[in-house]
Design a protein around this ligand. Structure first.
Ligand SMILES: CC(C)(COP(=O)(O)OP(=O)(O)OC[C@H]1O[C@@H](n2cnc3c(N)ncnc32)[C@H](O)[C@@H]1OP(=O)(O)O)[C@@H](O)C(=O)NCCC(=O)NCCS
Length: 171
């Protein structure tokens, strides 16, 4: 998949490979140190995403400019987007939206189209592409109980404006 919202940035979306692990750890941990918007990761965690889950990269001229992983929750099939990071100088050009589209497509190929997507949200944005794909925000009460196993961790961070956004596909 390729993406380009304007003439200035051309990028491609590729599956992460084991050789990318150090660069993925770097791009995520740099953002964690800069803004605290993502949690720090280690190479073991990134390797698990590559082995068992979905991990995609955005590359421009061979350079990693963005990352997104996903975890599929076993009982509900809910897809949780993880460690969504785009290098600051490449933001606002649709990189994250294209990664989101790629993650949903990969999950769809493997398990069928997901009906629920969740992610930790800080700024209140990031749902535009999911809405374009047919998802709509759903209330916390109607989401799978599985979510509560990650919930408390983030509820504790509410003072920084974090919340879990859950979107359900319209049938
Ligand atoms: C959030 C982030 C991944 C967006 O990447 P991006 O490639 O700039 O995003 P896109 O251009 O595809 O736009 C996607 C959304 O991000 C928003 N966005 C775009 N530029 C942004 C910026 N500079 N800062 C914050 N949000 C931005 C857009 O409004 C859009 O929201 P919408 O889908 O509701 O319309 C990027 O700003 C980032 O890495 N932020 C720090 C890490 C983070 O907050 N990760 C999310 C929590 S896991």
């Amino acid at each position: 998949m390729t993406g380009s919202k304007d003439d200035t940035l051309r990028f491609e979306i590729v599956k992460s490979a084991k050789g990318d692990i150090p660069s993925i750890v770097e791009i995520i941990n740099e953002e964690a140190a800069r803004s605290g918007a993502v949690l720090t990761v280690d190479s073991q965690k990134v390797k698990r995403w590559i082995d068992s889950g979905i991990s995609l990269l955005a590359k421009s001229d061979g350079k990693i400019i963005g990352h997104m992983a996903a975890n599929r929750w076993p009982i509900s099939g809910m897809v949780e987007l993880r460690s969504s990071v785009v290098r600051p100088e490449y933001r606002g050009k649709g990189v994250s939206s294209t990664l989101t589209k790629g993650v949903i497509a990969q999950i769809g190929k493997k398990y069928g189209k997901p009906s629920l997507v969740a992610f930790i949200n800080k700024a209140g944005n990031g749902r535009g592409i999911l809405e374009a794909l047919g998802f709509r925000e759903t209330d916390y009460e109607s989401v799978p109980r599985e979510l509560f196993s990650i919930g408390p961790k983030y509820r504790g961070k509410k003072e920084f404006g974090y919340r879990i956004l859950v979107l359900r596909h319209r049938e």
